[in-house]
Every structure is written in structure tokens, then in C-alpha cells.
Design a protein around this ligand. Structure first.
Ligand code: FES
Length: 193
């Protein structure tokens, strides 16, 4: 995979150089980097990746990861290692709303599988796929630290807990009617118990 990233860097150099984050994003990135001493900018990689992902429609292309590496003055592979480790980062295009359903023990015992099957049927997609209209991506993930309110899913900055099939239906309808993208960097965190 590293070789693949390296290859993309080599062949898409122009594309990489063309990556520009918004002024607001750059201000936030500079602010985050300023929290760390010189030479330790690498520590800012996760929050910077969140901003970069939101700037790129919810996913991290090789060129975007290269841009992050350039801003943090680290190697591209170091960025890729982090981005490919955490499920919160997407390495391929996703829908406007990524429904991350926890599939670990508590959630599994409390019906996560039913939730996943229901979403698959309702949206006509499988785990990891995106609806044709680009609105939803379904993703199963490991524990999101909300085991006491299982089953749950995360979408952008919001947690949706104690899920039932009815709650999932209402959530999908709400997101569809709003039609907007949802990111980890959103400020509208909701905890809908
Ligand atoms: S097991 Fe699902 S949040 Fe922990």
C-alpha cells in the first residue's frame, strides 16, 4: 500500500501541488500546529487530517495526505500510517453521510447486526458501499466508546445511541431531507439518546 501511495505521489505530482485548502481551514491548521514545539508538528496529524478530510468531501486521497505531510513537514508515509489505521479516516470517496455502525461486543449483543442488515436493505448497499445518489456510505467499525448505550452509530460529529429500527429509519429520513455533508469537524455535535 505504501508503494501504491508512493506511486501516486510520483505520477500525480501536479495534482498534489494543486491541492488547496480553504483559508478558514488553513487558519485552523496553523492554529493547531502552533500548539506544538518546533520539530514536533507530527503530533498534530490527527486533527489536521480531520480538517483535510472535511475539505476533500469526507475522504483522504494520496494527494491530500501528501499536502498534510508537507504542512507538518513529515513524510507522506507517516501520514498514511495514521490515516490507514483509524476507521474515522476514509481512503476512498464516500457519501455525504457516513453511517459508522459499531459492531463490537456490547453493540453486537444488543442488535448491531440487525441495524446493519436493516440499513443495507433500506439503502440497497452493503458494508463499505455508497448509495448511487452519493448520500450515504455504510461502514461497520470497532468500539466507539459508547458501549453503555448500545447499539449505536456515529455520523460525522454526532452519536446516535440506543438504536432501534424506528430510530434508524427516522435518522436516515432526517439526513436525507437535510441533504448536507457531515464531518467530524462539524460543530453540531448531537447525542441522541
Ligand atoms: S461496543 Fe459499541 S460502542 Fe463499545
Amino acid at each position: 500500500m505504501g508503494a501504491q501511495v508512493h506511486g501516486v505521489q510520483k505520477f500525480d505530482k501536479e495534482k498534489r501541488q494543486a491541492i488547496q485548502f480553504s483559508e478558514k481551514a488553513m487558519e485552523e491548521i496553523k492554529e493547531i500546529i502552533s500548539h506544538y514545539p518546533d520539530g514536533k508538528q507530527k503530533s498534530a496529524v490527527i486533527p489536521v487530517l480531520h480538517i483535510a478530510q472535511a475539505e476533500n468531501n469526507g475522504w483522504l486521497s494520496a494527494e491530500v495526505m501528501d499536502k498534510v505531510a508537507e504542512l507538518l513537514k513529515i513524510k507522506s508515509i507517516e501520514v498514511f500510517e495514521v490515516a490507514s489505521f483509524y476507521s474515522m479516516f476514509n481512503l476512498k470517496p464516500v457519501g455525504k453521510c457516513v453511517l459508522e455502525v459499531c459492531r463490537t461486543s456490547s453493540c453486537w449483543l444488543c442488535g448491531a447486526e440487525d441495524v446493519v442488515r436493516h440499513i443495507e436493505k433500506k439503502l440497497g448497499i452493503k458494508d463499505g458501499e455508497t448509495t448511487k445518489d452519493g448520500m450515504f456510505t455504510l461502514k461497520t467499525v470497532e468500539c466507539l466508546g459508547s458501549c453503555g448505550t448500545a447499539p449505536m452509530l456515529q455520523c460525522g460529529a454526532s452519536y446516535h445511541e440506543n438504536l432501534t429500527i424506528e430510530k434508524v429509519d427516522a435518522l436516515i429520513d432526517k439526513y436525507r431531507s437535510e441533504g448536507r455533508s457531515r464531518f467530524y469537524t462539524d460543530k453540531d455535535y448531537q447525542n441522541t439518546l
